[in-house]
Write a protein that binds this ligand. Structure first.
Ligand SMILES: Cc1cc2nc3c(=O)[nH]c(=O)nc-3n(C[C@H](O)[C@H](O)[C@H](O)COP(=O)(O)O)c2cc1C
Length: 390
């Protein structure tokens, strides 16, 4: 049998601990600690527990060339287990699910560490609100109490020379706009966003100004945000909840043509779906529009192959889009938000993404602010909210 190792694999020695009362009675600290090797292979959805011999043997196999394993040997037995997990690929079984995903991973040119990081930092079914409650980090006061002293809000440099005051510059409209940019956690579900404002925000944030055609199949889009290599890999998928003239549901915004396309999906887009998207953060669930920032990694990695910086670059681009959306929303009198506490796998399933070539980095959103602040927003200067004592 000819086999080779999957393309990308990171071995992690993990220590897990479990409280056992009998250990306490025996005079110990009551904690049983177990150490084991886990294989993190991004073409698989879960880490795989390996024993020492299988882990050591896997490390001797090439991921490029095929190795012959003789039937009836100890290696053949290990190979059978590793094939079952999808960590080994057999040459004569190129159509297995693991082989197909491994082949896809090879074709998309991920940097190996980025591929592992991305694959294993995705959530499914996580309740971020409950996690904050259980870890007693829900409010700023609780955080200080639970986490102790934080690093200071601004660093004091050990080697800095004398400080030099810089001129204060008079604010203009742009400063006023920046001052009103406050993450919105209070949306008004009783008011619809006009289609014209919705279209304006999408065009300003995700739309293309011009096309620049280099060859038949190499086209660059010029947008309002910068993008590594000018490749603009991040797509905007929308959960429309409350926009005039639009049926609620899942859409994709085409930045190249400023068009909206409705997604054909079996997924029911209801409040439960949205709450799962945003890790149960109910304060975002009433947003009139939620925008999934979903990179097509393969577009950036087409140029920056196995590049140590390419995943970082794509992640930074999500920040540019988010800030532009915040400012476009603020300019239109709307509130906006971004959240990283999202259940990516839940969203990937609904959008039917090819999870090796595409993914989800964050969810943004926008809509009308509610009249009352129920969930805290950070507006100490009262730029958006009338403070009670103002
Ligand atoms: C990448 C990113 C992720 C964030 N994730 C969350 C989140 O999960 N939940 C949330 O309520 N706010 C989230 N925020 C918003 C921040 O809490 C907010 O920006 C911060 O408190 C400062 O408030 P301001 O945006 O109003 O200045 C996120 C912000 C950024 C930039």
């Amino acid at each position: 049998m000819l086999v080779r190792r999957c393309a990308v694999l990171l071995m992690e020695p993990r220590e897990t601990s479990e409280f056992r009362f009998e250990l306490l009675l025996q005079g110990g600290d009551g904690v049983a600690r177990t150490r084991a090797w886990y294989a993190l292979a991004p073409h698989l959805d879960e880490p795989v527990l390996l024993d020492g011999p299988a882990q050591a043997w896997l490390g001797t196999l090439s991921a490029q060339t095929w190795t012959n394993v003789e039937e009836g040997t100890a290696e053949a037995e290990m190979a059978s287990g590793l094939l079952g997990h999808g960590l080994l690929i057999a040459q004569d079984d190129a159509d297995s699910a693991a082989a197909l995903r491994d082949a896809r991973l090879r074709g998309v040119h991920w940097h190996p560490l980025a591929a592992v990081m991305h694959a294993f930092s995705r959530w499914d079914g996580v309740d971020a609100v409950r996690n904050m409650q259980e870890s007693e980090t829900e409010t700023a006061e609780q955080m200080r109490q639970t986490l102790g002293e934080p690093p200071r809000e601004a660093p004091t440099l050990a080697e800095a020379g004398a400080r030099m005051a810089l001129p204060e510059v008079d604010g203009n409209n742009f400063d006023a706009l920046l001052a009103r940019r406050v993450t919105c956690r209070n949306f008004d579900p009783d008011r619809r966003v006009p289609l014209s404002l919705f279209a304006q925000l999408l065009q300003r944030t995700f739309g293309s100004r011009t096309r620049f055609k280099v060859g038949e199949d190499l086209v660059f889009l010029k947008k309002n945000v910068p993008s590594g290599g000018g490749l603009h890999p991040i797509e905007a998928y929308l959960v429309v909840q409350n926009v005039e003239g639009l049926e609620p549901g899942l859409y994709h915004y085409r930045g190249d043509s400023h068009e909206l396309e409705r997604l054909v999906t079996d997924t029911t887009i209801d409040r439960d779906f949205v709450m799962q998207m945003v890790g149960q953060q109910h304060w975002f669930a009433d947003a009139h529009v939620l925008v999934v920032l979903a990179p097509r990694f393969e577009r950036t990695f087409w140029k920056y192959r196995q590049h140590a910086k390419s995943y970082r670059v794509v992640a930074m681009e999500a920040g540019h889009l988010s800030q532009t959306l915040y400012l476009a929303a603020t300019d239109a009198g709307l509130g906006a938000f971004i959240t990283g506490a999202i259940n990516e796998k839940h969203i990937e399933r609904a959008l039917q993404l090819d999870t090796i070539a595409e993914g989800v980095l964050a969810v943004c959103g926008f809509g009308w602010r509610a009249a009352q602040m129920t969930t805290t927003e950070l507006d100490p200067a009262g730029a958006v909210w009338q403070l009670a004592d103002a």
